[in-house]
Design a protein around this ligand. Structure first.
Ligand code: BES
Ligand code: ZN
Ligand code: ZN
Length: 479
């Protein structure tokens, strides 16, 4: 069970408390000795300060004073991570957060605490012993709407993490579609799943080609949230890479250990699914659809091979020169399918290229696209607020030169440089009409860097991070 945020009840003096303050003057409830102690601790840069009151616990966090508010909120989330550890070491079940600070800092701290409390224990025999004690976080001075949004976005980020953390031994494409269906039912999201026969009849050649080497069939899931009060007339469409495991196919992954964590290669789709969950739970007035092509990429049986030419959903012919560039093959068909909705904007998310991870590491999402710059800017602003920062890369047509093929319309492999951009430009072909070259506004997010942590990284966690859910939720909330 995830941590639940509730509105603060009057819990009395003996309740466990986190007090957020701007300065010592805010701490009226502390004794003189306690204030002295807290002051000393702040001086030696120990913030938050823990005071053991024996029958209850107190934590004091002094809000950062940086002029960049985004950084102030981020520091609050990170501070909450440390407090979370102590809370669970002390086996506390419930804590109240209050204080004199602005609401956004309080919400950021609460968000950091809830995200830090996440665990993926499904495969531990002694899960019950390992389980964190913290279950309820009471918040003082926030509205019902704030609580609803916070519960929605945190629990949905954790849904995305759960999906990423599931290994292939559980999460085949079929299982994934089944779990998405179940989630949709719970949340009032309409879900339709296309099976292999349907995918064949739709001529999704890219998805089918990648699936050839796998014993398990592909799926194509469509999630739709269409509230009566939707503010947009044309829908927003999310597209997520759902490669439930990437071996590289016959172009087997060449880098030592790089396959160890390739269960994370459906991370983009987990972000899309998580975003849908957050939007539905928060009841946002936006009409939005998510498309999830899912398959393994394996070298077995009838696997597609370098040199193959694949007939894609939009009719284009793609020469495969590396079967490890499979993400773009399945996304291409989904992006082409998205055209039927006449979307306002399409955003895809994918653990697409090692090049993106090499360029900026785990510190940011690589973004690019042909949507109007003000739309990019809105998303970038959301990324600053949530501290899932975006770095926009160029999307110039000259990068298409690297995709020229000797035998087909394009090839699925770019040159040795700017691999994240040539991948994005590959995808762009499928957002446009092949004749008129007209397409919908498009943003591509490559999350190969920040989707997965090999060691625990503060509130962002260990293994699947669910990166992007908070940013997209913020984007659609403010649209
Ligand atoms: N799934 C990988 C990209 C990836 C790398 C994700 C690291 C997460 C962490 C993708 O399918 C891939 O293998 N890309 C190749 C493309 C290349 C063959 C053009 C890459 O980046 O090496
Ligand atoms: Zn690959
Ligand atoms: Zn991949």
């Amino acid at each position: 069970m995830d941590t639940i945020y509730t509105a603060s009840k009057d819990l009395g003096e003996k309740s466990n408390h986190i007090i957020l303050c701007n300065s010592l003057n805010d701490l009226q409830s502390l004794s003189k000795e306690e204030k002295n102690y807290v002051s000393q601790q702040f001086e030696i840069k120990n913030n938050p300060v823990h005071i053991n009151k024996l029958d209850h616990q107190l934590f004091i966090y002094k809000k950062d004073t940086d002029s960049n508010v985004n950084l102030v909120w981020e520091k609050a989330r990170i501070a909450a991570h440390g407090v979370c550890k102590t809370i669970n070491n002390l086996k506390l079940k419930e804590i109240t957060i209050s204080g004199n600070v602005d609401k956004n800092t309080l919400l950021a701290f609460a968000e950091g605490l809830g995200l830090s409390n996440y665990q993926f224990l499904k495969y531990f025999s002694d899960a019950a012993n390992r389980k964190n004690s913290l279950e309820v976080i009471n918040l003082n001075g926030v509205s019902e709407k704030d609580l609803l949004d916070l519960n929605a976005v945190v629990s949905s980020t954790l849904i995305a993490r759960d999906f990423v953390n599931e290994p292939l031994s559980y999460l085949t494409a079929d299982q994934y579609a089944h779990d998405i269906l179940e989630m949709g039912e719970e949340m009032g999201i309409n879900v339709e799943v296309f099976n292999k026969t349907k995918i064949q009849s739709l001529k999704m050649g890219g998805l089918l080609a990648v699936n050839l080497g796998s014993p398990n069939p592909p799926t194509f899931s469509i999630l739709e949230w269409k509230p009566k009060n939707a503010k947009n007339t044309k829908p927003y469409v999310l597209v997520g890479k759902g490669v439930v495991y990437d071996t590289g196919g016959v172009s087997l992954k060449p880098t030592a250990n790089s396959m160890d964590y390739m269960k994370c290669d459906m991370g983009g789709s987990a972000t899309a699914v998580g975003t849908m969950a957050a939007i539905a739970q928060a009841n946002l007035p936006v009409h939005i659809i998510a498309l999830i092509p899912a398959t393994e990429n394996r070298p077995g049986g009838n696997a597609y091979v370098p040199g193959d030419v694949i007939h894609m959903h939009n009719g284009m012919m793609v020469e495969v020169l590396n079967t490890d560039a499979e993400g773009r093959m399945i996304l291409a068909d989904a992006l082409s399918y998205a055209r039927k909705y006449d979307p306002e904007l399409v955003i895809d998310m994918a653990t697409l290229t090692g090049a993106a991870a090499r360029a900026i590491g785990d510190k940011a999402i690589v973004s690019m696209g042909n949507a109007p710059q003000e739309v990019h800017d809105k998303l970038i602003e959301s990324g600053f607020r949530t501290y899932e920062r975006l770095t926009q890369f160029p999307f110039w047509d000259e990068y298409r030169d690297d995709l020229k093929s000797n035998v087909a319309d394009i090839k699925n492999l770019g040159g040795p440089e700017a691999g994240m951009i040539t991948a994005g430009k590959f995808l762009e072909y499928f957002t446009q009409d092949t004749k008129t070259k007209k397409g919908y506004p498009y943003i591509h997010l490559d999350i190969a860097g920040p989707a997965f942590n090999h060691s625990e990284k503060n509130y962002r966690g260990l293994e699947g991070t669910g990166v992007g859910v908070r940013t997209l939720f913020d984007f659609f909330k403010n649209i």
